[in-house]
Design a protein around this ligand. Structure first.
Ligand code: F6R
Ligand code: MG
Ligand code: MG
Length: 378
């Protein structure tokens, strides 16, 4: 069995929250290089926007102290680089001062998948910036439960039986498993509310194997305040009884609206981009997603393919730009701005608090002329 761990954190942005500085990437690459063949079978450094991702294969299993500890040390090192260069938000996602065995509740996000490697093991690693873990709900539903996206659900006997979705309720801290197609409507009941319900994993009912995992932490729920969006990652295994690579990428041809973008407070379209375009600058957005393709062999990752560097996603990018124009014209109004309940962890409630004493009971006696207010008397 090998484990693929994708562990990410925002430890500083160049410039503002838009990108990673090359020196941060170089620092992480040196650490991975030193660990390869020892702690790790293989490892690579990648990123999306201002989030650095460590993509690692190893034999320590999921949530393993040596691997999480290694990632924590790398993020400490990139934080030092960020501080030295005066990068923005240095150490932003490292919510704790001391490492305590694993990264749960510490700030960095992780998606880990332990599996028996098949003779050919195509795997897609998705990295997103300026959004939250629930952003994967819609594509995961379409990949594993929607025959209009995934013909394999109808055609492939191994996929016909369906998939088991594990859904977390991030507010009540509980989990539920729902099988599709039987539980399709139950599944949608929850995952249609992606700020609270997040798909953590998907498993093949016929094969028993894990097909997809996501990172699920919500920084605001951990810290009780706004600490940036969670900028989630996802790993999906493909082919041979699991959805084909093209079926896994297909949902991203529709740039669905996600929460995130400017001040983590707006709905905006998720734009699929090549790694070289994963630098959200307009209105700290629009949110981006990149897909790295691997043919894992003997635990080695091999060269990553940049899956959205493909003109067939141009229209999704064009649509994302159009939707962004449309939403931006709402300015500070919903549904561009997130609903009040979701703004709870931003600085907005503190501003509203300043007006608390000016609220009065509603006066039902009608609007009557009064003396001109003080300010307009000249
Ligand atoms: C979005 C994000 C940015 C910041 C914004 C303000 O996830 O992180 O949009 O919220 O740039 O940042 P501060 O308050 O640090 O100036
Ligand atoms: Mg940032
Ligand atoms: Mg980010």
């Amino acid at each position: 069995m090998i484990t693929l761990s994708v562990i990410k954190a925002d430890t500083g942005g160049w410039v503002g929250h838009t990108a990673l500085h090359p020196e941060m990437i170089a620092t992480a690459e040196r650490a991975i290089e030193a660990a390869r063949g020892d702690l790790l079978i293989d490892g690579q450094v990648s990123g999306c926007g201002d989030d650095l991702a460590l993509i690692m294969t190893h034999r320590h299993g999921a949530v393993a102290k040596p691997i999480h500890g290694f990632a924590w040390d790398v993020f400490q090192a990139t934080t030092v680089v960020a501080r030295d260069l005066g990068l923005y938000g240095a150490g932003q996602d490292l919510l704790s001062d001391a490492f305590s065995g694993n990264l749960r509740g510490m700030g960095p996000g992780y998606a880990e998948l332990t599996f028996e490697e098949r003779p050919s093991e195509p795997i897609l690693v998705f990295l997103a910036d300026k959004t939250e873990p629930g952003a994967w709900n819609l594509p995961l539903y379409r990949i594993f439960a929607d025959p209009f996206n995934t013909p394999g659900l109808v055609i492939d006997p191994k996929m016909h039986a369906g998939f088991r979705f594990e859904v977390l309720d991030l507010r009540a801290e509980r989990a539920i498993e729902i099988d599709t197609p039987a539980g399709l409507h139950d599944l949608l009941l929850f995952i249609g509310a992606p700020s609270r319900y997040v798909i953590r994993s998907v498993r093949s009912l016929a094969l028993g194997s894990v097909a997809a995992v996501t990172s699920t932490q919500r920084l605001s729920l951990i810290a009780g305040r706004y600490v940036g969006k969670d900028d989630p990652v996802m790993v999906v295994r493909c082919q041979s009884g699991l959805p084909a690579v093209g079926e896994v990428l297909e949902p991203f041809a529709f740039p669905h609206a996600v929460a995130g973008c400017m001040r983590g407070s707006h709905h905006a379209p998720l734009m699929p981009v090549a790694v070289s375009d994963a630098h959200p600058s307009r209105f700290d957005g629009p949110p981006r997603v990149v897909a790295l393709g691997y043919q894992v062999k003997g635990g080695r990752l091999g060269q990553a393919r940049d899956m959205f560097a493909d003109p067939s996603f141009d229209r999704a990018r064009g649509m994302a730009n159009e939707v962004m124009d449309y939403l931006r014209r709402h300015g500070p109004f919903e549904p561009h701005r997130l609903p009040m309940e979701e703004m709870e962890y931003t600085t907005l409630p503190a501003v509203g608090e300043r007006l608390a004493s000016r609220w009065t009971p509603i006066d039902d006696t009608g609007a009557t002329d009064a003396a001109a207010p003080q300010s307009s008397r000249g």
